[in-house]
Each structure stands twice: as C-alpha cells, then as structure tokens.
Design a protein around this ligand. Sequence first.
Ligand code: 5RP
Length: 221
Amino acid sequence: MDKKKLAGEAAVELVEDGMIVGLGTGSTAYWAIQAIGRKVAAGLRIQGVPTSVQSETLALQLGIPLLPWAELGRIDLTIDGADELDPQLQLIKGGGGALLREKIVASLSQQLIIVADESKAVDRLGAFPLPVEIVPFAWQATRRQVRALGCEAALRGGETEPFVTDNGNYILDCKFGVIEHAHDLQVQLSAIPGVVETGLFLGMASAAYIGCSDGTVKRLD
Ligand code: 5RP
C-alpha cells in the first residue's frame, strides 16, 4: 500500500459536513483531495481552499466547491504534506514550491493536519534544503544576504530557467545543515527585504498522520 495514500486518506476522516477545508499541495495531499472529492460526490458539503494552482485544478476536476479568495476568513481544517517534520511538529515545507499559499492557508486554519510517509519524520530539521521564496527583483543580492546567514543557497531551476511560483516569485533552496534554532532562523530570513516567506512552519501543525511501511497510520500530536 502506498504510504502517502494511507496517510492522506486517514486524515480525511476528520473532515465534517459544513467545514471550510484547506487543500494542501503535493503527492500526499493529492490522496487527501481525491478522498475529499469522493465524499463530496457522496453528498458531503464543504468549501475548499486550495494552496496552489495544481490543487485548485484537481479540486475543480473532482467537483469540490471552492471558496473565493476574497471571502477567505477562518478555515476549519487544512490537510497538507511536508518535506520534513520533527517531534515538535516543526516543519520544512515548499518542496513543491507552494509554501507561500500553504503558509497563508495554514495561518488561517484552526487545525493544520500534516500527512506524510514515514521518511519525512526526522529527529531534527535540515537534511532537506529549506525552500525560501524570494522576489525576482535583484534576486542575486537577496541570495547573497541569505547566504550570509551561513547556507548554500541554490536558485531552484537554475539561472537560465528559474522555477517561478504561482505568485510569480523565485525559490532559493538553502542548505543550512541541521537547523538548531528554527525560530531564530525564521526571524533572520524574514528580516531580509527580498525574502517573501520561508518554508519553516513553526507552531502551526496540530497533528500529523504518518503512513508506515507496515500498513498502519501513526498519529503524532
Ligand atoms: C509543497 C509542499 C508539499 O507539501 C511537500 O513538498 C510534500 O510533498 P509530497 O507530499 O509530494 O512529498 O510543501 O510546497
């Protein structure tokens, strides 16, 4: 059984009639959106809030009603993936490039439920390069400022054809090594004017559903 599918589908059991539901991005959130789509087809009434154009397209294909951005307020529950999660449920996100919308949606959510396979659960964050969304204007100068914090920072996609986010920005994938002081790093990165947002999600996740190779799903709180 696909561990991502197990986790994604298990978390959808938390979705209740009438909820406003954040729809995450990536190959694990994909399974959650599919399961929500089946519930909607069976009569569940929810409104979805997609965290990327990719998830929006999928939700529309599945007939999931979407809340217009202009009406966005409180979200009851968001189900999203992660690139790494530690025992305190601190996260690195943004491997799929959707970190900004994901963080906006997470910040509005009463509950952020993370879905992942067991390879994403780590003791300490940092093996996965931290995605940082930056404005394209003078990106080289912004990268110099980010590098000055002590990392190797690669422009995603490369200089000839940089990856462009749904918001028209670039991404730096930053290798800091083990991240000892995630809150300090968040503050330092956010203080750089060209940085739009980082993939550090701290104190946001309520629980995680982890798909394991023995076919079980472990819940972490
Ligand atoms: C996208 C994300 C994804 O949730 C993260 O990359 C995990 O993806 P996957 O479930 O495909 O492993 O943060 O920006």
